[in-house]
Design a protein around this ligand. Sequence first.
Ligand SMILES: [Cu+2]
Length: 110
Amino acid sequence: MGYGLFTRAVLPGLFFIGYAFSAFSADVAITQKGMQFIPSEVAIAKGDTVIFTNQDTTTHNIQVVNADGDAVDKGLQRPGEIVKHTFAEPGPYQVHCQIHPDMLLMVTVK
Ligand SMILES: [Cu+2]
């Protein structure tokens, strides 16, 4: 009896919650390799999380700057380390590496 209720009521609810989350946010992978962000431009949706993987043998840094110039510094990122950033607000963003000023990623959040 209890199992029947679980199958008919609870389980579909769990599936719906899982679907809702997958519909409204996604993970987007960016690689740091050869002293650059790959790809160097990305368009994502509000609420998406960008996952940065440092595949270089040098330490990088990630700083996320919005259109107003407000910056979020994600700190040092050693070789092999993963850093995540969720973009909660729409707009254009620049992502820099403070250690290597030529490293630049453009993020458009819709
Ligand atoms: Cu760097």
